[in-house]
Design a protein around this ligand. Structure first.
Ligand SMILES: [Zn+2]
Ligand SMILES: [Zn+2]
Length: 268
């Protein structure tokens, strides 16, 4: 099967440095069948201030230029990682209407505005108790995003764990949050949307096992794969391992999107 990396960033993201053309070249060199560029559009910035508009012009220009690399075995798709849509659904909707998109990832990177709104990346995780309080806040926001429905795949559900465990070693588990995680997964499943397995930039693929087992038990079948690469050398990273884990857990296919319509690719 030809793998499709459905979550990548370019210089059009605040934390990216590489033109879309270079990311596409890397994807092609890695033998991927599709690359979807999903640059960041967050309704709260890293410091927690509202950012309610988006300039599509640089993305569209770079995307058009990079499409010269497309051929019968490689397609470039245009997506968006829409962060914090629940902050202002009307603005989120207006942003999505600004371009003809193949795919939208719905995600949350920030604390709620009641807690200051800053990105979970910047928090100093000094105790497990603080981690769990912030996870309560995070999952409340993610549930709102999941129910709002302005996305095709729900991005990196375990996002704050990247920083809680990797940087400060708090050894936090999802166990206390399983009830709200169930509600989030139910919203994804009932609306026919997909769950993303973030294969590299998050943590290891194995970290997804618990969530994927629960998702499958609840009837969830649609899964998208994305490396969340911000650099060419990481495009497609972790995807083969993710496919192996999905097969082991009984999933039969991965989902890709074109013009926001899902298509299943058998996992064999
Ligand atoms: Zn993200
Ligand atoms: Zn991302």
């Amino acid at each position: 099967m030809l793998l499709c990396d459905c979550h990548t960033h370019s210089i059009c993201s605040p934390d990216g440095n590489v033109p879309i053309l270079e990311m596409a070249r890397a994807a092609k060199a890695a033998g991927l069948g599709e690359l979807c560029i999903t640059d960041h559009c967050d309704l709260l910035n890293g410091g927690g201030e509202r950012t309610l508009s988006y300039d599509w012009a640089p993305v569209l220009e770079q995307y058009a230029q990079a499409r010269q690399l497309e051929d019968e075995s490689f397609a470039l798709r245009l997506g968006l990682e829409l962060g914090g849509a629940q902050v202002s659904p009307a603005h989120a909707e207006a942003i999505l209407a600004g371009a003809e998109l193949d795919f939208v990832i719905g995600s949350v990177h920030n604390k709620s505005e009641a807690l200051g709104g800053g990105d979970f990346y910047y928090v100093s995780y000094t105790s497990p108790r603080l981690c769990h309080e912030l996870l309560d806040d995070y999952f409340d926001s993610l549930l709102a995003v999941a129910r709002l429905g302005l996305y095709d795949s729900l991005g990196h559900l375990i996002y704050p764990l990247r920083y809680m465990n990797r940087r400060d070693g708090q050894g936090v588990t999802l166990e206390p949050h399983l009830p709200v995680i169930r509600e989030i997964l139910a919203a994804v499943i009932e609306s026919g949307r997909s769950l993303e397995v973030n294969t590299y930039c998050g943590r290891t693929v194995e970290d997804w096992r618990e969530v994927l087992v629960l998702y499958h038990e609840m009837g969830g079948r649609r899964v998208t794969l994305g490396s969340d690469a911000h650099h060419p050398e990481n495009v497609g990273r972790g995807m083969a391992e993710a496919c192996a884990l999905l097969r082991e857990l009984g999933f039969g296919e991965v989902t890709v999107y074109r013009r926001r319509q899902p298509r299943g690719i058998p996992l064999n």
